[in-house]
Ligand binder design. Sequence first.
Ligand code: IMP
Length: 191
Amino acid sequence: MTEIVFATNNQNKIREIEILLPPVFHIKKLIDIGCNEELPETHHTIEENSAEKATYVFEKYRVNCFSEDSGLEVEALDGEPGVDSAHYAGDRDANRNMDKLLENMQGKENRNAQFKTVITLILNGVQHQFTGILKGKIGTEKRGLYGFGYDPVFVLPDGRTLAELMLDEKSRISHRGIATKKLITFLTDLT
Ligand code: IMP
């Protein structure tokens, strides 16, 4: 049995990954290793922040671990909100974040955007990253009732917003789902 710490205390994210992993892997959360602190996220890219969280846990606790960091990148805004996705409008309020985004997108012809998740795994001291990308466009209004964050303004190639997809469909196609599948394939190939 290989124990891996998922550098999060978000039980939903842990459950999502746990059910997909082969049984030889056992996921622990931060609290299980006595880590109750906020992990540092001091960089300007999703890749670096993801690596920073895993590196912090590895260096302090010397355990196999992985972390994830996600965000929305909008072409016409030079990649914004990016690492600031969660608190774009100042706090963690999704509605205010979307309002600010829609305002900043007013009059922009190029509405291309992508969600990105980067998972950083540190296994036996070696770092591996797995990226998941979901491409779409920023709509002109909020639509849909499901999901979270920017889902109501993120329009898929088929015209639906992410907030119009039920959870299981979203997880199949999402940036987070794609990165998670790559992590699981990597870990499964090791067994
Ligand atoms: P986190 O890394 O999962 O905390 O995501 C950072 C921020 O990116 C979230 O607070 C959301 O604002 C945004 N975000 C990440 N993934 C999604 C998604 O699947 N849908 C909508 N917003 C997302």
